[in-house]
Design a protein around this ligand. Structure first.
Ligand code: B12
Ligand code: SF4
Length: 577
């Protein structure tokens, strides 16, 4: 008979502006899923949400000692940037309680298990891949003293050396495992978009697509889904028992099977549960589902994240996105017609960025007329095809805790890190603060949608300001590499004459021109310096804008299109009318 072990699940204190200023803290779904299966296997399980309560390592150790667990398990959704925090936390725990077995799971440790076991003495076992079934086997082996190499899907140390066991086949029946909802102590701690208590749920796992920047396919192996009716039963239960009003769908690609997705939507709509959703859906599937977007709305879908990634057809082909700029445009327009907010995930750094590429992207994103843009920096995760392609590129940010998509990681040949930062922030500002967008929000007739847009715009602004302040803070503290590139006179200006700082900042761009002349390999765009910055302003027309805007041209009336296309002499694929 299995003896119950005491297991403490710890959501590490990885704090981000997204949670603090943006959408709010969310439940640690991955840990709850592992917890659910361990509870069902008869173990005594607790959850310590150190992220939600902003706990220091000392407080975590104290709380841990009170429960005196046999095993401590940790992992975080933002797996890569949270890794340093996880390691520090486990080190503190091991130091205070060396007898506790530590287990670590999630995406980053799954792909870096050997390296972590080599470097981090505080980590005893790494669970590779999805955690439910493996955790049960692991805990059973620890409890019975069975050799760990018999447990599939883990990595551990054997005679001081890392040893990886064969991967465990993916769970075929996802409904066989349940989420340990009872581990959530107080639902009032989790809110999202100001719409009340919030939870995260998963309808499906995995994705059949091959985008080179994404590692979801290798992590989850194949696409699987839960019984849609059972998922809706669970959602209804969450609403009735815990008054959950907002749900994030954690799926990478919930729409993969059209029939099952429709069943899910119909079931949600039929039960009229007053819950709103956030989900990520591909533009191609939104266009495919054009006829049932009313059903999306009736089911409660309110925010849809579309990973447009790039506005350049060539880049979309290069990263094997499998969608076109036409899909992105159509998807945004369709969502707008149906009162669903679109959040455009735009990835910078997929090609050599210049002021011109930023101008083009900004104009085209504005043209799509989505509701929000989430500009992220491409991040070269080692387990992705893109990561392998760029493994020899210079990194401007080796610190893993900054690999959170909000920091530039790969060096750009034409724009220095601070210019990249400026360009991204400018793109976000131009997109969200453009008068046309603000005016269309204010004159919206639907009160709920208007208030929601205003609220989310307010939080987007807070996040934007927060990131700008953080960047300057890091610059001052000398914590980031860009600071080394910003000349001393500029740093001094910020300290001694803050009012003059922005003037110096702009002038610095002009000074850069001189440096650029010395460097024969530098591209024309880098030499733009001050002009480059000015050209980002909305009223400025740049001489070669007709080229920059070529991707938009195909949406113009046909006569204008003909004239412009002749001028630019470039065809853009994928935007057939
Ligand atoms: C929902 C979500 C969010 C939500 C909620 C996050 C949360 N607190 O849970 C919000 C919007 C807040 C968010 C924010 C961020 N996110 Co996010 N998010 C997601 C999303 C869509 C789903 C995550 C999820 O719940 N998956 C389902 C669960 C079940 O999977 P899981 O956590 O991996 O857990 C399973 C296994 O990994 C394993 N496991 C996990 N932990 C452990 C621990 C142990 C001990 C064991 C045994 C097993 C185990 O078992 C679990 C069950 O099988 C994913 C994209 C995706 N579809 O995967 C991105 C994703 C996880 N997010 C990501 C990032 C980078 C972030 C941010 C850092 C972005 C930012 N700059 O702010 C922040 C972090 C902020 C924060 N405090 O969480 C990246 C992580 C990249 C990486 N691999 O490092 C992802 C993968 C997006 C992407 N496309 O790359 N995110
Ligand atoms: S980026 Fe999205 S569509 Fe592409 S492989 Fe990843 S989850 Fe699938």
């Amino acid at each position: 008979m299995t003896v119950a072990l005491k297991i403490l699940l710890i959501n590490p204190p990885y704090l981000t502006l997204t949670s603090r200023l943006g959408i709010g803290h969310q439940i640690p779904l991955g840990l709850l899923m592992v917890g659910g299966s361990l509870l069902d296997a008869g173990h005594e399980v607790r959850l310590l949400d150190a992220e939600r309560h902003h706990l220091s390592y000392g407080r975590i150790v104290e709380a841990g000692k009170q429960f005196s667990p046999d095993i401590v398990m940790t992992g975080h959704a933002g797996s890569t940037p949270a890794h340093p925090v996880c390691v520090k936390m486990l080190t503190a725990i091991k130091r205070a309680c060396p007898e506790v077995v530590t287990s670590y799971g999630g995406v980053y440790p799954s792909f870096h298990s050997e390296q972590i076991l080599d470097q981090e003495a505080a980590v005893d076992v790494i669970v590779r891949g999805e955690g439910e079934a493996v955790s049960i086997d692991l805990v059973e082996a620890i409890e019975s003293g069975a050799p760990l190499h018999r447990v599939q899907g883990i990595a551990f140390r054997e005679q001081g050396q890392p040893r990886l066991t064969p991967p465990r086949p993916p769970i075929q029946n996802l409904d066989a495992f349940r989420i340990g909802w009872e581990l959530v102590e107080n639902w009032d701690h989790y809110h999202c978009f100001g719409l009340g208590r919030a939870a995260i749920i998963q309808f499906s796992r995995g994705c059949p697509h091959y985008c080179t920047t994404c590692g979801q396919r290798d992590f989850w192996v194949n696409w699987r889904y839960r019984n849609p009716v059972m998922v809706v039963d669970e959602i209804e239960w969450l609403y009735r028992t815990h008054d959950i009003r907002f749900l994030t769908l954690a799926d990478e690609n919930p729409t993969t099977n059209e029939t099952e997705w429709r069943r899910f939507l119909e079931e949600m709509a039929a039960r009229k549960i007053p819950i709103h959703f956030f989900a990520s859906i591909r533009a191609t599937d939104i266009v495919r589902d054009a006829e049932i977007l009313d059903l999306y709305r009736e089911a409660g879908i309110l925010y849809l994240l579309i990973g447009v990634e790039s506005t350049d057809p060539e880049v979309l082909r290069a990263i094997k996105k499998g969608s076109t700029t036409r899909h992105d445009l159509d998807a945004c327009r369709l969502l707008k017609q149906h009162g669903i907010f679109s959040v455009l995930g735009h990835m910078v750094g997929l090609k050599d960025e210049t002021w011109k590429t930023f101008r083009t992207a900004t104009r085209q994103l504005i043209y799509y007329d989505g509701d929000f843009v989430n500009a992220v920096h491409v991040t070269p995760h080692s387990w992705t095809e893109f990561g392998r392609q760029v493994h020899d590129r210079l990194l401007v940010q080796p610190d893993l805790s900054k690999w959170d998509y909000r920091h530039q990681i790969i060096a750009q040949p034409n724009l220095s890190p601070w210019k990249m930062f400026f360009a991204v922030k400018w793109l976000e500002l131009r997109f969200h603060a453009r008068p046309g967008r603000l005016w269309s929000i204010l004159k919206m007739k639907n009160r709920f949608l208007r208030q929601q847009l205003l609220r989310s715009t307010f939080h987007t602004t807070l996040l934007w300001v927060g990131e700008v302040f953080t960047w300057f803070g890091e610059l001052l503290l000398g914590a980031t590499r860009p600071s080394k590139r910003i000349p001393k006179h500029l740093r001094q200006a910020l300290l001694t004459q803050p009012r003059r700082f922005f003037l110096s900042f702009i002038l610095h761009c002009g000074i850069n021109k001189r440096r650029a002349r010395k460097d024969l390999t530098v591209s024309k765009d880098r030499q733009e310096g001050l002009l480059g910055l000015v050209s980002m302003l909305p009223f400025h027309r740049y001489p070669d804008d007709h080229l920059a805007g070529d991707q938009l041209d195909l949406h113009l009336p046909l006569q204008i299109q003909g004239r412009r296309r002749k001028h630019a002499n470039r065809a853009s694929e994928g935007l057939s009318l």
